[in-house]
Design a protein around this ligand. Structure first.
Ligand SMILES: Cc1cc2nc3c(=O)[nH]c(=O)nc-3n(C[C@H](O)[C@H](O)[C@H](O)COP(=O)(O)OP(=O)(O)OC[C@H]3O[C@@H](n4cnc5c(N)ncnc54)[C@H](O)[C@@H]3O)c2cc1C
Length: 374
């Protein structure tokens, strides 16, 4: 039996796992996907790698700064010398100075693999989708799709809150479809309400590739690397030249993230092509004409992209041995943070990012479980 089973192998779950394993606990991490990293996601398209989730790594808190320094010295991260712009009212394109920004040459999912480096293969259970939990004889049974069951003394749920609420609300049934006696529902009911109160923005992400042997006029944008946040339009939230993150082995590859209303409109649609066309055409009009005519493109749907309504604490304790956390855990008082960047520069890092909250929540979860086991 495991000391702790962690559901979700994103930044939160892997941070928690790493801390607990280092403290000598017998941990396993299970994830419904085939890979690690969660929304630190990289898609392989032929010989290309494209980051279609987390856009870049920009730590604001001290804890994440030291992990960043570690990731830089391990060669997982490097600085991305990208030129940043904003589209403001009347579609004016303004260069901005966002401070040091890091990216992973092998793709953002490499961060997940790095965090899991001290876990053995049998501690990492990929393609394990947790569908229900049961508390039985002083331990947790995590029932997964396909009827596998993982048993642990403690359980940490490190997935987006709406998915955690669904997991806790699922009632197990037997072969005759009768409900099986599961955890006492009373302690979980208030927790389910708190999890349900958390909301996320959805997002549609277009990955678009262009010919290799052609000159592309980047117009007002830096041909060596650019990213644009669009505050003026209705369709695009952010677009970046993803191919500038790594050595050029292709023509330009763009990643375009939509604003939430466009994603909401298409979130359950079977055909996402019209949404992709809207995004490609809007950026062609505002930035460079050739954007409308990619050689190929793909579109991905994120139901839970970034947090809209958070839970105001760094974790949620459901029972002593059952806790939950993630980027949706944002404690109430947020002071401006002053510090140094991982590269050693002075930084006036005010805005904590989602990755800061995911990381801090992972640490808080590990601490809570260590205290519970003492
Ligand atoms: C398009 C996009 C752009 C972003 N850009 C930025 C940015 O620029 N800066 C920033 O700070 N943040 C950004 N973020 C957010 C950032 O990626 C997340 O805040 C962070 O990665 C969250 O980590 P997490 O571990 O809390 O959750 P996740 O990464 O979502 O990990 C949860 C894991 O749980 C797994 N899971 C879910 N349900 C189950 C289940 N039932 N059983 C088993 N496994 C399950 C999932 O497969 C996933 O791997 C972006 C996100 C998206 C989608």
């Amino acid at each position: 039996m495991w000391d702790v089973a962690i559901i979700g192998a994103g930044l939160t779950g892997l941070t928690c796992a790493q801390q607990l394993a280092a403290a000598g606990q017998k941990v396993c991490v299970l994830d419904k996907s085939r890979g690690l990293g969660g929304r630190m996601a990289t898609r392989r398209i032929g010989h290309l790698r494209v980051d279609h989730g987390l856009r870049y790594w920009q730590p604001a808190t001290e804890g994440l700064q030291s992990l960043t320094a570690e990731l830089l010295s391990a060669g997982i991260l490097k600085q991305w010398p990208v030129s940043a712009y904003e589209i403001r009212q009347r579609e004016v394109i303004v260069p901005i100075a966002p401070g040091p920004i890091y990216t992973a040459p092998e793709g953002m999912s490499a961060i997940g693999k790095y965090l899991a480096r001290d876990l053995s293969a049998d501690q990492i259970l990929t393609s394990y989708r947790a569908v229900a939990l049961n508390y039985h004889n002083g331990h947790w049974e995590i029932h997964c799709e396909g009827r596998q069951t993982v048993v642990a003394k403690c359980c940490a749920i490190a997935i987006p809150a709406p998915q955690a609420a669904a997991l806790l609300s699922t009632r197990l049934t037997d072969d005759d479809d009768d409900e099986i006696e599961t955890i006492d529902p009373m302690p979980t009911l208030p927790a389910i309400a708190q999890l349900r109160a958390v909301e996320y923005w959805p997002c549609l992400t277009v990955i678009a590739g262009y010919e290799r042997d052609r000159d592309f006029d980047m117009g007002p944008l830096d041909p060596n690397g650019w990213m644009v946040s669009d505050f003026a339009g209705t369709s695009t939230y952010w677009v970046g030249l993803d191919s500038s993150k790594r050595d050029a082995v292709s023509g330009p590859v763009l990643v375009i993230h939509s604003k939430a209303p466009l994603a909401q409109q298409y979130i359950d649609a079977q055909d996402l092509q019209p949404a992709a066309s809207v995004l490609l055409r809007a950026n062609a009009r505002k930035l460079c004409e050739w954007i409308a005519q990619p050689e190929w493109f793909q579109i991905h749907r994120w139901r839970y992209a970034q947090v809209r309504v958070p839970h105001r604490a760094d974790l949620l304790v459901i029972k002593d041995s059952l806790i939950s956390g993630g980027d949706w855990c944002i404690p109430p008082v947020e002071e401006a943070v002053e510090g140094t960047t991982a590269a050693g520069d002075k930084a006036n890092t005010t805005a904590r990012q989602n990755i800061d909250y995911a990381y801090l929540s992972g640490l808080a979860m590990a601490k809570a479980l260590q205290n519970a086991s003492e």
